[in-house]
Design a protein around this ligand. Structure first.
Ligand SMILES: [Fe+2]
Length: 207
């Protein structure tokens, strides 16, 4: 029997139970979102890499534009979903920073955690179509910035390191919230794993 080739991208397990983010994100949404949507991005990224390998073998790059686009879309989808899961936690474990380097940087770049939440929330609510809002470390200016991301890969600032992301694709909230994206975004503040955001900041800003 032929061995399965090693996959470049692998679907990570959720770091908590499917119902751990209730009532803010419901179990049915989490099951579909992780097991079907995120899994499809992992499969899509691996498929794009396999097809690119085939193209090199055949010396035929006729589909290079489509394949490069598929790789960017699916691999970015995988990276962002992996960050999304680990940036959230059950409500009783979610605690806003009260001291430390991350809080100092937020105060410098946004004024306060509250203003950061307002800007990030506004960005998330206003994404056109499917996409994300992102808090990122921008290493050139050495600043925290808030970005919108369309689909999974458009509107990026190259080199910026994502620290926390909010998924505002309809698949992230439609079962529970229907068209009320703003209610979903407002509720996400109850389940942010700030400790994880601080750790990512400490690591990104050191480089
Ligand atoms: Fe998603």
């Amino acid at each position: 029997m032929a061995e399965e080739p090693v996959k470049d991208y692998v679907l990570p397990d959720l770091p908590y139970a499917y119902n751990a983010l209730e009532p803010y994100i419901d179990e049915a949404t989490m099951r579909l979102h992780h097991d079907k949507h995120h899994a499809a991005y992992v499969a899509g990224a691996n498929a794009a890499l396999a097809k690119l390998e085939e193209a090199r073998k055949n010396g035929n790059f006729d589909s290079i534009r489509a394949l490069s686009g598929a790789l960017a879309f699916h691999a970015s989808g995988h990276v962002l979903h992996s960050l999304f899961w680990t940036g959230l936690c059950p409500h009783d474990q979610s605690q806003e920073p009260k001291t430390g380097a991350f809080l100092a940087q937020v105060s410098k770049d946004f004024g306060s955690v509250d203003l950061l939440k307002k800007q990030l929330g506004a960005a998330a609510k206003a994404v056109e179509g499917s996409g994300w809002a992102m808090l990122a470390w921008e290493p050139t200016a050495k600043k925290l910035i808030v970005l919108q991301v369309e689909n999974h890969q458009k509107l990026s600032v190259q080199g910026a390191v994502p620290l926390f992301v909010l998924d505002v694709w309809e698949h992230a909230y439609y079962i529970k919230y229907q068209n009320k994206r703003a209610d979903y975004v407002d509720n996400l503040w109850n389940i942010v794993k700030w400790r994880e955001v601080e750790t990512r900041f400490e690591s990104a800003s050191k480089k």
